[in-house]
Design a protein. Structure first.
Length: 102
């Protein structure tokens, strides 16, 4: 059975823009491995005080089969990708379930 999901992510606590760009590169690899790279926008953004952070979100709901098994693996891959290039950064990954929100 498939579930329609969306997600947003933010990575904060980065040293500078260069590190933020490395996080984007690392996360892009995860999205490619999971074959969702064309459905997820990732990029560097800046908060009000000029600090760089990484922001990402799905363009539209993704249909994921066996989501209950895929979700924890995906979360661990995303966390590893961030930790690999930005140890100490804070990752926030939030899930949306559009079919339940109607």
């Amino acid at each position: 059975m498939s579930v329609n999901i969306t997600f947003t992510l933010a990575v904060t606590g980065l040293k500078d823009e260069a590190q933020a760009r490395e996080v984007v590169r690392s996360l892009d690899e995860v999205m490619e491995d999971e074959r969702v790279q064309d459905q997820v926008n990732l990029g560097v953004a800046w908060d009000e005080d000029g600090t760089a952070f990484v922001s990402g979100e799905t363009d539209f709901p993704l249909s994921i089969t066996r989501f209950h098994l895929w979700q924890p693996q995906f979360e661990s891959y995303v966390k590893f990708a961030v930790d690999e290039v930005a140890p100490g950064a804070k990752l926030a990954l939030d899930w949306g379930y559009p079919d339940l929100e109607r």
